[in-house]
Design a protein. Structure first.
Length: 280
């Protein structure tokens, strides 16, 4: 990856973080922690990897994306808006009564959303179905999905994982946002799912572990997943919940709380400083 492209993707990640905070603050409701932790992954997928067309959201040969951890819709919406699926100014209508940007992604109302999600475990199951359909239809599109590490507590995740390996869905790549926290505290204390890499390997997946905030590492992992034949790939991304906002980082209290006006100002100043540094 050349320096110009790397810089572009870092800026996009910064903007995804900025827009996520703005939207959640305007709504006075939402999930900032997990939205911030997946920004770098979304940047690589939407701005350097997936074949999608904002002018034709239902293009039959597009790559598919499913946000299995649907509560982190603010980051997903930010990526879609930056890609051109809908106006960026609409992001500030998040969760408002007349808005089409609901608290969880809806394929019926939001351009670019391939599957409605929110009930944890169901997103990856739908992604498996999409990948299987692609195989049966002899299509070359790829399917990507992002799960939360707290979501791994859902039994349905492992049923879907078993199915994906059984059908050798090498057109499927799943990311696990391994930030170690969920709504009630540390995942290791609530319901320990470690070792995540070993579990997916035991289910027959190709497993890649990366720093989930390292753009180049994410890019390489996606390339390695595409080169893998005969099995699905999971990219276990070690991330920091609330990444990019100092008082949110590593704090489970920001799983589902909106910042107040002063906190929003501080958060945006910190994110903007990073973006300005990239531009400088």
């Amino acid at each position: 990856m050349n320096e110009q492209k790397l810089l572009e993707l870092k800026k996009k990640a910064g903007l995804i973080r900025r827009y996520s905070i703005e939207a959640i603050a305007a709504a006075k409701s939402g999930h900032p922690g997990g939205s911030l932790s997946i920004a770098d992954i979304l940047s690589v997928l939407f701005f350097d990897e997936m074949k999608v067309d904002p002018k034709n959201p239902k293009w039959a040969d597009r790559d598919r994306f499913v946000l299995s951890k649907g509560h982190c819709a603010p980051a997903y919406y930010a990526a879609l808006a930056l890609k051109g699926f809908f106006p960026e100014e609409d992001l500030k209508t998040l969760r408002q009564t007349e808005s089409y940007l609901e608290g969880h992604p809806s394929m019926k109302s939001v351009p670019g959303v391939d599957m409605s999600t929110g009930s944890l475990g169901q997103g990856i199951s739908c992604a498996v179905g999409m990948a299987l359909a692609g195989k049966l239809d002899k299509k070359d599109y790829r399917v990507y999905t992002i799960l939360g590490d707290g979501e791994l507590e859902e039994g349905q995740v492992w049923e879907a994982s078993m199915c994906a390996a059984h059908y050798k869905l090498d057109n499927l790549t799943a990311f696990v946002d391994l930030n170690g926290l969920q709504i009630d505290g540390a995942t290791k204390d609530v319901m320990n799912s470690a070792p995540v890499t070993d579990k997916f390997a035991a289910f027959g997946w190709n497993v890649i572990a990366v720093d989930g905030h390292d753009i180049e590492a994410i890019r390489k992992a996606v390339d390695d997943a595409k080169a893998t034949e005969g099995k699905p790939t999971v990219i276990v991304a070690n991330t920091i919940k609330g990444k990019g906002v100092s008082f949110m980082e590593g704090n489970y209290a920001w799983h589902g709380n909106a910042p107040d006006a002063e906190q929003t100002k501080t958060a945006l100043e910190e994110i903007d400083a990073v973006i300005a540094g990239l531009e400088g």
